[in-house]
Ligand binder design. Structure first.
Ligand code: MF3
Ligand code: CO
Length: 255
């Protein structure tokens, strides 16, 4: 399919989609409380999205059954909201996307439930920092592999490992467009620093590092969606949709 370069008009629509996505996710993350069921968060996302005339994008995507992905503790991504009750000390990764006027926004944040351990806090801050560093590397003229290497170096320098089998992605009219954006140079794509496609103004990408306290290896639950760390260690996930510009990268999923 190839990488689709967006016009300024298309970027303007993606900015709107991204803003709605971030605003809804903010309401959802702010609602997280001990004693709550993860499916209650899903209902909040659905209701909030309607207020903006947008549509949640995950439900029905390859048969995915919910509006949000809610991944708790050792769950990395694609946790399905259900009757599970959140408890004090859990960390919760919430991933959400919308479609608005034909364009997609996609973002994720990990938040704590009440008081969390200092180790969990450090993991969350490191993952957010890795995303921020990856975004800063996403400049016209750089290579895609520069983003992957930057994210990986940031997380590994803090002693953590980066999930290799799941990646970020191009995004636009489709949630997943070319290119795949690995968070690691050790992914199957083997995208090293200084290699891969040259980044150009008008490319729109979702960067989404998933960082584990323990090993990078994953396992898939029997539901064929929920991905968790193989060693049971905690995992965090932060994602933003960005646009490459002539200058600073623009975060489209900012509220
Ligand atoms: N942010 C995730 C991704 O980019 C969301 C997809 S979940 C799915 O892949 F359920 F929609 F598949
Ligand atoms: Co994504």
């Amino acid at each position: 399919m190839g990488i689709i370069i967006k016009s300024d008009e298309e970027i303007a629509l993606m900015r709107k989609a991204g803003k709605i996505t971030a605003k809804v996710l903010n309401v959802v993350t702010a609602s997280v409380r001990a004693g709550m069921r993860t499916e209650e968060l899903d209902a909040i996302a659905e209701k909030e999205t309607k207020r903006y005339g947008a549509k949640p994008s995950f439900k029905g995507y390859r048969g995915y059954p919910a509006n949000l992905c809610v991944s708790v503790n050792d769950e990395i991504v694609h946790g399905i909201p259900d009757k599970r009750i959140l408890k004090e000390g859990d960390i919760v990764s919430i991933d959400f996307g919308v479609i608005y006027k034909g364009f997609q926004g996609d973002c994720a944040r990990t938040v704590g439930v009440g008081v969390i351990s200092s180790e969990a806090r450090r993991l969350m801050e490191t993952t957010a920092g890795a995303l921020k560093a990856g975004i800063a590397a996403a400049r016209a003229g750089a290579r895609l592999g520069d983003i992957s290497a930057t994210i990986e170096e940031y997380a590994e320098s803090c002693g953590y490992s980066v999930v290799r089998e799941y990646t970020g992605h191009g995004i636009g009219r489709q949630m997943h467009e070319d290119p795949q954006v690995p968070n690691s140079t050790k992914s199957v794509l083997g995208l090293m620093k200084g290699t891969g496609p040259v980044l150009r103004k008008g490319m729109t990408l979702a960067l989404e590092p998933m960082v584990n306290i323990g090993g990078w290896e994953t396992k898939l639950d029997d539901n064929m969606w929920t991905v968790r760390t193989r060693d049971g260690s905690l995992s965090a996930h932060f994602e933003d949709t960005i646009a490459i510009t002539d200058g600073e990268p623009e975060v489209l999923t900012s509220a």
